[in-house]
Design a protein around this ligand. Structure first.
Ligand SMILES: [Zn+2]
Length: 191
């Protein structure tokens, strides 16, 4: 039955993968974690598995997500960070009690304080957002060029000239739109 929910957009950066659980914010928004179970699914895919999630925990996750979105957007345009968003991010970071564990094959794994601690998982996500906004990581914050998206993303390309949050969705759509516009101008040109 889970297939009726929108797919996740998976990226390499935890904080922006999380903000991408709501897409098309400037168009017809798509909520990709509409239920507590879908948040559980998303956390599992992102190495933060929990056994359960309450409605209140989902609401906290949404609040953190939109706070990260607001802060990343402000940081991308070198604007002042919204104080309320910073507060939510810091509160979530402080509440989380996840521990980084080094595995024998040299990977980092997160250990949460309990199987139902969504707060621990959110703390890890909040800390990830903090490290990006603080400029600790190699990359540049930018806003997606798609007018219906404008999501903040973390550009780690060598040239730092990425235009879209996601090449397979926003990037592709833009290319198709340009192609269709050309078709209308020159109907016989591409057979
Ligand atoms: Zn986009």
């Amino acid at each position: 039955m889970r297939a009726r929910f929108p797919d996740f957009r998976l990226g390499k950066v935890l904080a922006t993968s999380f903000t991408a659980t709501l897409t098309e914010r400037r168009g017809n928004a798509v909520e990709r974690i509409p239920t507590p179970q879908r948040l559980v699914d998303w956390l599992a895919v992102n190495g933060l598995a929990v056994e359960s999630c309450t409605t209140a925990q989902l609401e906290l996750a949404w609040e953190l997500r939109e706070s990260i979105h607001a802060a990343l957007t402000a940081a991308a345009i070198q604007g002042a960070l919204p104080a309320s968003a910073v507060q939510v991010i810091n509160d979530c970071s402080i509440q989380g009690r996840a521990a980084a564990i080094l595995t024998p094959d040299s990977n980092r794994r997160w250990r949460l304080s309990s199987a139902s601690s969504v707060e621990d998982a959110l703390g890890v996500i909040a800390a990830d957002a903090i490290s990006i906004i603080a400029g600790e990581r190699d990359g540049k914050l930018a806003l997606c060029a798609s007018p219906t998206c404008q999501a903040a993303f973390f550009d780690t390309s060598q040239s730092r000239t990425r235009r879209w949050c996601d090449m397979n969705t926003c990037g592709n759509r833009q290319k198709k739109a340009r192609f269709n516009a050309n078709q209308r101008k020159n109907p016989g040109s591409a057979k």
